[in-house]
Design a protein around this ligand. Structure first.
Ligand SMILES: Nc1ncnc2c1ncn2[C@@H]1O[C@H](COP(=O)(O)OP(=O)(O)OP(=O)(O)O)[C@@H](O)[C@H]1O
Ligand SMILES: [Mg+2]
Length: 266
């Protein structure tokens, strides 16, 4: 099965800092791929390259098997990649419907110019939130009156309003309590269930293990390895993240052949 998204040989330098060196990464449809690594490992930089905020200095990006250039956020969005950043970028004073449709309001085809079809938007908002089992008191209340978990859920729901195939979440549970974290993790599972590829960045390994199918580890801007979550222990993972365990693709836990793993004997 061709992955939705594949990156190979990605390099990115900021002045004297080599943020990423020869990094590879992939996401398949219907999987949660976690991206882990210590502070400064290069996770956000990689996500920003995929979302078109930064341009890689080198490397290739393939979308559904075809090489593509992602030079702007619009290129990424057009492919069907949505990114939810930690600051969420929701408008506190607008209601849930308005936030879900921000930038893609539904115009009445024959109506006066600039008039949005509020009824259609509300119907669609309710439908999407129901499909994702997001529970909020009303779609007509301002974002400011929602809990942190509900806001995060609205932000995630917004990312699937278009015809997106990959959703990337940078630390979606960092500011949330236990119940709210649970809500967001359940939402991530539902996105996977609907065939999306989900990229999850998290420092919380318990969260990672709860939802991830595979885990890519970065350390000091380098790709340590990509591992099946079910066959990698938390201790091994911490070892890979800190460098205490060298990692690498020769380990049996690696999904060989998929991550560009070396198959010849070392
Ligand atoms: N815009 C920038 N300008 C200069 N250096 C940058 C920039 N963005 C990132 N870096 C550097 O690149 C490296 C990787 O940073 P990045 O934010 O990708 O790490 P991260 O894995 O997301 O870390 P964290 O877990 O703390 O969020 C760091 O050394 C960081 O200081
Ligand atoms: Mg980061």
């Amino acid at each position: 099965m061709t992955p939705l998204l594949e990156l190979h040989g990605i390099h990115k330098r900021f002045g004297a800092v080599q943020a990423l060196s020869d990094v590879r990464f992939e996401v398949r449809a219907g999987e949660v791929m976690a991206l882990v690594g210590d502070n400064g490992a290069g996770k956000s930089t990689l996500i920003k390259i995929i979302s078109g905020i930064y341009r890689a200095d080198g490397g290739t990006i393939r979308w559904q098997g075809r090489e593509v250039a992602i030079a702007t956020p619009n290129d990424s969005t057009t492919l069907g990649i949505a990114t939810v950043y930690q600051d969420l970028a929701l408008c506190d004073n607008l209601d849930v419907v308005a936030n879900l449709f921000l930038g893609r309001e539904v115009a009445i085809p024959r109506g006066p110019l600039g008039v949005m079809d509020e009824v259609a938007m509300e119907r669609r908002a309710v439908e999407v939130l129901r499909r994702l089992s997001v529970k909020i008191p009303s779609v007509r209340i301002p974002i400011a009156s929602l809990s942190g978990g509900q806001r995060q859920s609205v932000a995630v729901a917004r990312s699937v309003m278009g015809d997106n195939k990959v959703v990337m979440l940078d630390e979606p549970t960092a500011a949330l309590g236990m119940a709210q974290t649970h809500e967001v993790l359940e939402l991530i599972k539902r996105l996977r269930g609907q065939g999306l590829g989900v990229v999850l960045i998290s420092h919380n390994l318990a969260n990672v293990y709860e939802v991830a199918d595979r885990i890519t580890v970065l350390r000091l801007g380098r790709h340590v390895g990509t591992y099946e979550a079910r066959s990698t222990t938390r201790e091994q993972l911490i070892g890979f993240m800190t460098g205490a365990v060298p990692g690498g693709d020769e380990l049996p836990t690696v999904s060989a052949g998929v991550t560009g793993a070396r198959t010849e004997p070392a």
